[in-house]
Write a protein that binds this ligand. Structure first.
Ligand code: F6R
Length: 611
């Protein structure tokens, strides 16, 4: 999704802006641009469709210089990706330049109004109205102008603004779209995401909704929607740039797959109970846990699939009904939320617009909320409050396709199921101990599971021309199959679909014929025989099977599967956390063999901040 950077200070702005945009490029974009305040208070804009390389070449041919500017990577929403629609946008005279993330919902009405006042629009974007509106309302002070203009904007925005009449200040504002600012050694920075700032500082300020910030040589001044000054304690970012670099791996996705043993350990270790029944990390008291009647889990994409694993685990281990909803459906389906219910939002970024809206909807209806999130200080964590947030400590996830974040979300789901099962007395003490021991051993087993990489590379080179792939499983393996199908389709562009293995014969089996590939996950020992029967139905139609199964079950697959990938034996409930690794490696290897842009798949964005 779009990325914003801004700089004011003592250094040439262009390298700072370009470096920041590069750091944000993992979010996905289709054009980019910068606006720089040159000498004599003149704003120069350069923008180019496509990769940042195109903008770089343009800047070589047609350089700009100055010590203040704003930059943007655009992921098209209103208007096709082209040079005209790329940001920054300016007013007619080019005296005000704006970069924007989000969507201005009333842009058509504003466009009509401003056109009647003489504005001439050159792009199809919603953003351009902001530049013309600021010009129309400009009163000699951009902060005052923003205070008047922002209430007229409906929708979401993170804005960076420069203005030729105030060449000593950089402005920004946010509503429902993340924005961080920082000031270090006389240099001011703004960005939509922390990685863009880490080369310069680790101390950042998260702006709140409806706040405006002015950055100049004296520092940062933040005010609320009424102009009242606000103070923010800077947040110290613990991780550094190395965590967000490729570290010798061919792609971020592969690096992040390999980081999963460590991520599993980091997420579990701080929550390991020191005394039986002690779950200090869980923001649910013993009496609350015992009186809970229902849990609603809401998320999007991979995070939703982690929620589906959570449903299986919580229902079985804690004997609590669980509903799992796709966030964009939840918020519009008039959900029933009652007392003694817990609403759980899962999100890597903590910024996903649909999940955030669902969280707000649940809060509005008085629900008790819990957020499971990877990004410290993100909007969801702030809205739920730190005491209602459980962080997955996966570290920065740069590849668009989620791997280690999904892994730790799923681990969090299992930890929640075990803790609730213990507190509600639906699990015996010895069973709890067994499961906790299993969690403890997972990182080592995950490391061992990664050894399947070469075998999957070889298999992928044989299977790379497949046009359709089916993923099947039962129980938690079905939840896992959904995630595996999503991973394959998003990075390799192969059409893939997940089915509950028992559902194949109710329709999808009509698609099976020689040449088709079915990837089966078999980790649930109690469901083995049933799944084997389903796989025999598959091979009887001439389709081939890639089986991901536990070591102890591998023998049973011989003669059925063309290729068997065995994962180390562990508890049934924890096995999906290992089985997902070969499925991720399979998707990754298929994408590499097919020459796809693994880390930045087409049309996708890392953090989806629009509905
Ligand atoms: C898939 C993927 C997406 C995200 C989804 C939710 O690999 O990454 O499906 O899982 O967009 O994002 P978050 O977790 O940031 O809310």
């Amino acid at each position: 999704m779009c990325g914003i950077v801004g700089y004011i200070g003592k250094q040439p702005a262009v390298p700072v802006l370009m470096d920041g945009l590069e750091k944000l490029s993992y979010r996905g974009y289709d054009s980019a641009g910068i606006a720089v305040m040159e000498e004599h208070h003149h704003i120069n804009v350069r923008k180019a469709k496509g990769k940042l390389e195109n903008l770089r070449s343009l800047l070589v041919k047609s350089p700009v210089a100055g010590c203040m500017g704003i930059g943007h990577t655009r992921w098209a929403t209103h208007g096709e990706p082209n040079d005209l629609n790329a940001h920054p946008h300016t007013d007619v005279q080019g005296g005000i330049a704006v970069v924007h993330n989000g969507i201005i919902e009333n842009h058509e009405a504003l466009r009509r109004y401003l056109t009647a006042q003489g504005a001439v629009f050159v792009s199809q974007t919603d953003t351009e109205v902001i530049a013309h509106l600021l010009k129309y309302l400009y009163c000699g002070d951009m902060k005052e102008t923003l205070l008047k203009a922002l209430p007229m904007l409906e929708g979401s925005y993170a804005l960076g603004v420069i203005c030729d009449a105030e060449s000593d200040a950089l402005y920004c504002a946010r509503n429902d779209s993340p924005l961080v600012v920082a000031w270090e050694d006389g240099n001011g920075y703004l960005a939509s995401d922390i990685p863009a700032l880490l080369a310069h500082t680790r101390d950042v300020i998260f702006l709140e909704d409806k706040q405006i910030a002015r950055l100049d040589a004296n520092g940062i001044a933040v005010c609320d929607a009424y102009g009242n000054p606000c103070y923010h304690e800077p947040f110290h970012v613990e991780w550094d740039l190395d965590c967000a670099e490729k570290g010798g791996y061919a792609h971020y996705m592969l690096k992040e797959i390999h980081e999963q043993p460590e991520a599993l350990q980091k997420t579990y270790a701080p929550r390991r109970p020191h005394l039986p029944g002690e779950y200090r990390w869980l923001p649910v008291s013993l009496s609350e846990a015992q009186s809970l009647r229902k849990i609603s889990i809401v998320a999007c994409g991979s995070a939703y699939h982690a929620g589906v694993v959570g449903k299986y685990a919580i229902e079985r281990l804690a004997r609590l009904p669980v509903e799992v909803d796709i966030a964009s459906e939840y918020r519009y389906r008039d959900p029933v939320i009652g007392p003694q219910e817990l609403f759980v939002a899962i999100s890597q970024s903590g910024e996903t617009a649909d999940t955030l809206a669902a969280l707000r909807e649940a809060k509005r209806r008085g629900a008790r909320v819990l957020v499971i999130c990877n990004v410290v200080g993100s909007t969801m964590t702030r809205e739920a409050g730190e005491s209602n947030t459980l962080y997955t400590y996966a570290g920065p996830e740069i590849a668009v396709a989620s791997t280690k974040a999904y892994m730790t979300q799923t681990e969090m789901m299992l930890m929640l199921a075990i803790a609730l099962g213990d507190l509600r007395g639906t699990l015996s003490r010895s069973r709890v101990e067994e499961l906790l021991k299993g969690l403890e051993q997972l990182p080592v087993l995950a490391e061992k599971t990664l050894q399947a990489e070469e075998m999957l590379q070889r298999f992928a080179s044989l299977a790379s021309q497949k046009k359709h792939v089916f993923f099947v499983g039962r129980g938690m393996d079905y939840a896992l199959s959904m995630e595996a199908a999503l991973k394959l389709k998003e990075v390799s562009y192969i059409f893939s679909e997940a089915y509950a293995a028992g559902e194949l014969k109710h329709g999808p089996i009509a698609l099976l014929k020689p040449g088709r590939l079915v990837v089966a996950t078999i980790t649930q020992s109690g469901l083995l025989e049933k799944t084997l029967s389903n796989l025999r139905e598959v091979t009887a139609r001439g389709a081939s099977v890639l089986a991901i199964c536990r070591e102890s079950l591998a023998q049973k697959l011989e003669g059925i599967a063309q290729q068997i990938i065995a994962i180390p034996d562990t508890d049934d409930w924890l096995a999906p956390l290992l089985a997902v690794i070969p499925l991720q490696l399979f998707a990754y290897s298929m994408a590499v063999v097919r020459g796809c842009d693994v880390d930045k798949p087409r049309n996708l964005a890392k953090s989806v901040t629009v509905e």
